[in-house]
Design a protein around this ligand. Structure first.
Ligand code: EPU
Length: 418
């Protein structure tokens, strides 16, 4: 298993280019199952979760080819409408094939995801929504089997709570259903909008993506399309925090500033200088001692849960006490204990973390527990005195492309060892 060895204490200066969004690319790949025609996707990040999704699509019957960050998918026929446990247990987003499979061929068999490092993460809302669209669902042997031999019918679906992949799954199911579907209390995340943009290029009729009510008029069939995935807002946010925590002068390029405005606002309140030199660049530079600022995670456009761990790392260097409340997942403070091993003063009480700073962090051996927690350990290590060894970096490889090369290019002393 690979490890990162990081010698902290150098400010990061320069600029880092941002990749396409992992969480946009995953549903876009699944959407290719909705048509027999070719779908070409550009700016696909080369990360492990994407490779896992491509493997799943090949098993289902897609041919997947590509060069660089372009992927071309073609699924003339669905040979096996199934997402097996072996893949779902490594990547919960595999459940994104459920909606497209039922819509395209009237049946799907998808393993139920088990527990997860950040919370329970059930898919009951995906299932309930599909039932409302007329699918019959049975659960046995750890799998759910969905059937809709006569096709899906449009319906009103009111989500009990906001779910990102649930909204995406239902959107992909509804585009081929007969009649109108209205999704209420839908997720407003940019990744949902990006998926809707792709589906519209494929011939779908969708209105309201990006708001909490999405209206879909079902069509008979979808065609192939070509689409470029949006920039990864979580990668952009992670590097902005890297600049801020090291007191560097760092730009992230090729991003969509509006998508990280909740983070930028917190950085500014904490005393970091943030400017926007052009439409797709954000630049952080030092503004003096960091100040503690409370933060609560929320669905978009609120502060992203996927940037909470990175923000906690930043607050260890800020003066005062920051109360960080996690409202999306019930167990997403695994990084706190590891940061504490490096000297951070963090107290967890249920959904709330109290971070007192500034604390001098020192290098230590730590373990990555999930994707974003790993990113926060890298951030802590960048500012720590001495050497930090982060074990199990396969978690970080799920969602960040070449993070060590990108950080090294702006001055970080980081290397990967086997
Ligand atoms: N939930 C249910 N039932 C459901 C679905 C969700 O109770 O059927 C609950 C979840 O347990 C959670 C909350 O609703 O407490 C929100 O979960 P959501 O469904 O929105 O999360 P997700 O779609 O599984 C996506 C991202 C996550 C990101 C969350 C929240 C993808 C592939 N994953 O997950 O990204 O944290 O939305 O924004 O888009 C990551 O990239 O590191 C990551 C975990």
């Amino acid at each position: 298993m690979d490890k990162f060895v990081i010698a902290g204490g150098t400010a990061l200066n320069g600029s880092i280019p941002i990749n396409g969004s992992k969480n946009s690319a995953l549903p876009a790949l699944a959407a290719a199952l909705l048509t027999e025609e070719p779908v070409t996707l550009h700016r696909i990040p080369r990360v492990r979760d994407i490779r896992t999704m491509q493997r799943l699509l090949v098993d289902i019957g897609a041919s997947v080819t590509g060069e660089g960050d372009t992927v071309r998918l073609e699924t003339p026929r669905i040979s096996s409408p199934e997402a097996p446990y072996e893949l779902v247990k490594t990547m919960r987003a595999s459940s994104l094939v459920l909606g497209p499979l039922v819509a395209r061929c009237g049946r799907a068999r998808v393993s139920l995801p088990g527990g997860c490092a950040i919370g329970a993460r059930p898919i009951n809302l995906h299932i309930l929504g599909l039932e409302q669209l007329g699918a019959t669902i049975h659960q046995a042997h750890g799998y759910i089997e969905a059937q809709a031999p006569g096709g899906l019918r449009g319906a009103n679906v009111q989500f009990d709570r906001i779910t990102v992949t649930g909204t995406e799954d239902l959107l992909m199911a509804a585009v081929l259903a007969k009649g109108e579907t209205v999704l209420r209390n839908a997720a407003r995340e940019p990744e949902v909008v990006d998926l809707a943009d792709l589906l519209v290029k494929m011939g779908a009729r969708i209105e309201g993506a990006g708001t909490s009510t999405i209206r879909i008029q079902g069509v008979e069939r979808l065609a192939g399309a070509e689409h470029t995935i949006i920039a990864d807002r979580i990668e952009a946010g992670t590097f902005l925090v890297a600049g801020a925590i090291t007191g560097g002068d760092l730009s992230v390029t090729g991003c969509i500033p509006e998508h990280v405005s909740a983070l930028v606002s917190k950085l500014q309140q904490a005393g970091v200088r943030v400017t926007q030199p052009d439409d797709t660049t954000l630049r952080v530079s030092p503004g003096g001692q960091l100040r503690s600022v409370d933060m609560t995670t929320e669905e978009y456009p609120g502060f992203a849960t996927d940037l909470q761990a990175q923000y906690v790392a930043l607050m260890t260097q800020a003066e005062g006490i920051a109360i960080v409340v996690e409202t999306i997942f019930e167990n997403r403070f695994m990084h706190a204990q590891e940061l504490a091993r490096m000297g951070a003063n963090i107290r967890i009480d249920g959904k709330q973390a109290m971070v007192a700073g500034p604390r001098r962090l020192t290098g230590a051996g730590v373990i990555a527990s999930d994707l974003r927690a790993s990113a926060s350990l890298v951030l802590g290590a960048l500012v720590a005195h001495g050497e930090t060894v982060i074990d199990r970096v396969y978690h970080i490889d799920r969602g960040y492309e070449k993070i060590e090369a990108k950080l090294a290019a702006v001055g970080a002393r980081i290397r990967r060892v086997e």
